[in-house]
Design a protein. Structure first.
Length: 164
């Protein structure tokens, strides 16, 4: 791989990591160097030697692939990435599978996880009333629809049917 390709891939990895984790701006250069160095090692000799590879940990077990969803020992249900009561904020609904904050989960679930709302709700035993759209986004879309007059024709039609 060329150096610019490695840098591009390192930047993509860092972008994904930073979108799901809190990282101080001053830590980014070191993080980028570490990821770039690891990719460079992998590209040149097929193995990366970092301090994290020294001993397997529960998060870095070599026998099992790492997964953002951990299962509890008692049940087969996956554990959510964030606690369910913290998954809905005013401006985002956080995906319980990967932790990505979204305005609306439908597109993310279908594109990234190949599942629909029913499968997602079943996976985490969520009630039908669990929001799949951020409250602020829903309010914004509702006000735009009202401003555009959507629903007025339907309401008028129903009044005419009711009066007749």
């Amino acid at each position: 791989m060329m150096s610019s390709d490695l840098l591009k891939h390192a930047a993509e990895i860092i972008e994904a990591y930073v979108s799901n984790n809190e990282v101080q701006a001053r830590e980014l250069p070191a993080l980028l160097r570490e990821v770039y160095s690891t990719l460079n090692d992998l590209a040149s000799n097929g193995s990366a030697s970092t301090s994290r590879d020294a001993a397997p940990t529960p998060e870095n077990d070599e026998d099992e692939p790492a997964s953002p969803i951990m299962t509890s020992g008692d049940s087969k249900k996956p554990q959510p990435f964030v606690p369910i009561d913290q998954a809905v904020t005013e401006d985002a609904v956080i995906c319980l599978i990967c932790g990505k904050p979204c305005k609306a989960l439908k597109g993310h679930l279908t594109r990234s996880h190949k599942m629909d709302f029913d499968e997602y709700r079943a996976m985490f035993d969520l009630d039908k009333s669990f929001p799949m759209v951020a409250p602020s986004y829903s309010d914004k879309r509702r006000s735009l629809a009202i401003e555009a007059g959507l629903g007025d024709k339907l309401r008028d039609s129903r009044r005419k049917d009711h009066d007749a």
